[in-house]
Ligand binder design. Structure first.
Ligand SMILES: [Zn+2]
Length: 107
């Protein structure tokens, strides 16, 4: 089921449940050395400095990735509206019980 929310106050936030990933790859011809680590950019930088010191290689490809979620900004009034809207949708999705009616008799 697709839902469209028409609020302006959306933003992207880092997902607190996921680690950031840092990857560094030496791009000097014939080397191919690489380093990957979670949540530690300084360790990735240190690896490059050590690699340069040991090999003289000074060219790297660095990538950074992290998980993102879309939601209302912290403290936004929209957050309360979204929660209220989701509760009302949940109520509408509940099955409707037929009201007990007396059985008609044909005469
Ligand atoms: Zn290298």
């Amino acid at each position: 089921m697709n839902r469209t929310f028409r609020f302006e106050d959306w933003t992207t936030l880092p997902d607190p449940k996921a680690c950031a990933e840092y990857s560094v790859e030496c791009t000097e011809s014939g080397c191919g050395a690489e380093f990957n680590i979670n949540d530690d950019q300084q360790a990735a930088d240190s690896w490059m400095y050590r690699h340069t010191t040991m090999t003289g290689h000074r060219s790297f490809w660095q990538t950074f990735g992290h998980s993102v979620i879309v939601g209302p900004p912290p403290g936004s009034i929209v957050a309360a509206r979204v929660a209220e809207h989701e509760r009302s949708v949940e109520r509408q999705d509940q099955p409707v019980r037929p009201s007990p009616k007396p059985a008609r008799s044909t005469s």
